[in-house]
Unconditional design. Structure first.
Length: 260
């Protein structure tokens, strides 16, 4: 085998060096982006924690609806007072710490005539009938405290909502409002919190169970950043090896190098 076959040409070494440097720069940029994402995620978690534990404020009314967004309003601790529209409730499939079952979403009509969907809580399949989860009269007034949640359009993972068949996999506020022929509905829903400890509850009113909202954010950005920086370091080491080996090979008298 010839020497030129055993060793890369200067052009090949230059190409390898450029590729390694580009890879190093790209991996470093990805790592830095993940560091930025980590800072954003930690700030988001802090903001949400403050919202969740803040005193309840009045749920946004129609004048505020156009300005609502997930970044500024999701998980705000809110309160609303009105009368239940139990005849228009919707059951949405749920999986909770209590098992599989349904969320009970019931419209609450406020004094200004607007409606807000309230996720009153979880019921197991055996309690899905309105009579089994304390669906009281039309004129029942209630004050509900809970977390403001942004609508969940479309459906669940690989399962789309089917209003005609009454199969709901996500709390899609506009779709539910359309299926129930509701007007002037808030573009969010409220996850009702659990009743105060010690509150009297009969067997008939034990369902639905509120306060099961899971406030959790995936935060793997630090792992991703370390991974990208490690790859950048490896690419940088490869570039250094290519650069370091080139002079020694010329000194060894490889073809194309003048040894005089």
């Amino acid at each position: 085998m010839s020497a030129s076959a055993r060793h890369p040409t200067p052009a090949a070494r230059l190409l390898a060096l450029v590729a390694a440097l580009l890879a190093c720069g790209l991996f470093f940029a990805f790592g830095s982006w993940q560091v930025q994402r980590l800072g954003w995620k930690l700030a988001l978690i802090e903001r949400v924690e403050q919202r969740v534990h803040a005193p309840a404020v009045a749920a946004p009314g129609p004048a505020q609806w156009p300005r609502l967004n997930a970044a500024d309003d999701e998980y705000r601790h809110v309160q609303a007072t009105g009368t239940w529209r139990h005849e228009a409730e919707t059951l949405v499939q749920a999986s909770t710490e209590l098992g599989a079952g349904f969320w009970v979403l019931t419209p609450l009509r406020r004094a200004d005539g607007s409606l807000v969907l309230v996720n009153r809580g979880f019921v197991p399949p055996a309690q899905r009938a309105p009579a089994d989860h304390a669906a009281l009269g039309q004129d029942e007034r209630a004050t509900v405290s809970g977390l403001l949640r942004i609508t969940e359009p479309g459906g669940g993972f690989l399962r789309r909502n089917d209003a005609a068949a009454e199969r709901w996999y996500s709390r899609d506020v506009p779709a539910i409002a359309a299926a129930r022929h509701l007007q002037n509905v808030a573009p969010y829903f409220i996850d009702a919190e659990a009743p105060p400890r010690g509150a009297a509850a009969s067997a008939a009113s034990a369902w639905p169970v509120g306060g099961l909202t899971v406030v959790s954010f995936h935060n793997n950005h630090l792992v991703y950043a370390v991974t990208w920086y490690t790859l950048a370091l490896m690419a940088g080491w490869a570039a250094w090896r290519v650069f370091r080996d080139a002079p020694s090979r010329r000194a060894d008298g490889l073809p194309g190098v003048d040894r005089n």
